[in-house]
Design a protein around this ligand. Structure first.
Ligand SMILES: NC(=O)c1ccc[n+]([C@@H]2O[C@H](COP(=O)([O-])OP(=O)(O)OC[C@H]3O[C@@H](n4cnc5c(N)ncnc54)[C@H](O)[C@@H]3O)[C@@H](O)[C@H]2O)c1
Ligand SMILES: [Fe+2]
Length: 401
């Protein structure tokens, strides 16, 4: 066991039904004019107006940027930053899924620091000046971005989904109100739920795992195993939504303080090049990558397998296999497609496998995996995942590559 770790979370977390109402008070403690970064769906659902009402009640002015129409690019960051500056805002509020929160993280940092967002990648340029205060309000139960020091922004020049990690990207306040996730459609619930599961499993099996992050990761897996299927099949079930919001935040805290690994490393290039939503691209990779990592991560995977099981797993080998088969079974139940079923052309996919493997490696995440892959092994894994059969329950991919 490692005995030294630095552990970070937002300064303040409001969690629970009705937490959204605290946005006005928390914002007014930090500034007087907020830029709310959101998307057209949040606008249509009335969440943007509701948030602005709470702000007005606390004597806060507000300006809205609701242009985050897909997973975030440097273009959204530039547009929102421009609005922040011209309207002389002093607080950033994100309201939406991980896409809105990640855009806002970049805006908060660039509001007080020079350069483009890509300059901060890989710790090349440390953030020198304290960012503008950022209050994050998630409406999906998935990314945990409200509680992570990571932002993921696509560079539109070279189609790379940049994972940028520095403590300055951590929001000051997370306001996690599960009622906001009730409107999440089935496919978003499935994708974001598996994203949270991937965060928790990857944080726990990571070479950078440590006991503080472990407790968050295992709690998250437990909640997801108990509640994701219900949240998916019965979206109005507030108890299941509440458990998933908590799990997603805990899984975010876990991976932000440990790391993600090979699934996330390989998933970002699929998102950048084929525009597969992040949760789906993780889910398309998760079972095969767990099979690949199983022998090196057997003891940790066994702990995950035992959470999925109702008992009777005597050896760690059996329990680790149960983890893999249970994840596959969950993906099946949530109707996760493979890459081929998503509609990606095999030749198009093959033509970028080299780039995807190189970009995955450059992100740094694969190096934290229990089994560190070669570039060739990542290429093979992409091929295995292209037409992966989630109904095939034996751990066949384990020794491939
Ligand atoms: N920074 C981090 O720590 C971190 C971690 C994981 C993923 N990410 C990034 O987050 C992004 C994905 O975020 P996401 O999975 O939350 O999805 P998202 O923010 O892209 O939202 C997906 C869709 O769901 C809609 N939606 C969101 N909440 C809704 C609700 N309550 N009701 C109805 N519709 C709703 C959105 O409008 C959008 O159309 C990716 O870019 C991914 O790389 C970041
Ligand atoms: Fe993720």
């Amino acid at each position: 066991m490692k005995h030294y770790a630095v552990f970070q979370m937002p300064e303040i977390i409001h969690y629970g039904r009705g937490a959204f109402q605290t946005i006005g008070k928390e914002a007014s403690l930090r500034g007087r004019r907020a830029l709310m970064i959101s998307d057209p769906v949040m606008d249509k659902l009335g969440y943007v107006n509701e948030g602005r009402k709470y702000l007005t009640e606390s004597n806060m002015e507000s300006v809205v940027y609701s242009g985050v129409e897909s997973e975030p690019t440097d273009v959204y960051v530039t547009e929102a930053l421009e609005l922040f500056r011209t309207k002389q805002c002093d607080v950033v509020i994100s309201l939406g899924g991980g896409s809105c929160i990640d855009t806002a993280k970049a805006v908060a940092v660039l509001a007080s620091n020079e350069g483009d967002i890509g300059d901060y990648r890989g710790g090349k340029k440390p953030v020198d000046v304290k960012p503008a205060p950022h209050l994050a309000v998630p409406t999906t139960a998935g990314t945990g971005s409200e509680a992570t020091d990571v932002t993921v922004i696509t560079n539109t020049t070279d189609d790379v989904k940049m994972m940028i990690k520095q403590p300055a990207f951590l929001p000051d306040v997370a306001i996690v109100d599960p009622a906001l996730t009730l409107s999440s459609p089935k496919h978003v619930t499935a994708a974001t739920g598996i994203d949270a599961l991937s965060h928790a499993i990857e944080a726990y099996v990571s070479k950078k795992s440590h006991p503080m992050a472990d407790s968050m990761a295992l709690s998250a897996v437990n909640l997801i195993v108990q509640h994701l299927k219900t949240a998916y099949h019965d979206g109005d079930n507030i108890d299941a939504r509440e458990a998933m919001s908590l799990a997603a935040m805990q899984a975010g805290i876990a991976f932000s303080n440990a790391s993600v690994c090979l699934v996330h490393g390989m998933s970002r290039p699929i998102g950048a090049l084929f525009h597969v939503p992040h949760g789906y691209s993780n889910a398309m990779l998760l079972p095969a990558v767990l099979e690949f990592s199983r022998n090196e991560g057997v003891d940790r995977l066994a702990d995950i397998g035992r959470i999925f099981s109702s008992g009777g797993l005597s050896s760690n080998e059996q329990a680790a296999d149960h983890a893999v088969s249970s994840v596959k079974e969950l993906c099946r139940e949530l109707h996760i497609p493979n890459l081929k079923e998503w509609g990606i052309d095999k030749q198009d996919f093959e033509s970028v496998i080299n780039k995807m493997s190189a970009d995955a490696w450059d992100s740094g995440s694969p190096a934290s995996n229990p089994r560190v892959p070669t570039l060739y092994e990542m290429e093979e894994l992409y091929r295995i995942c292209f037409d992966y059969d989630f109904s095939q329950l034996s751990p066949a991919g384990r020794n491939r590559g």
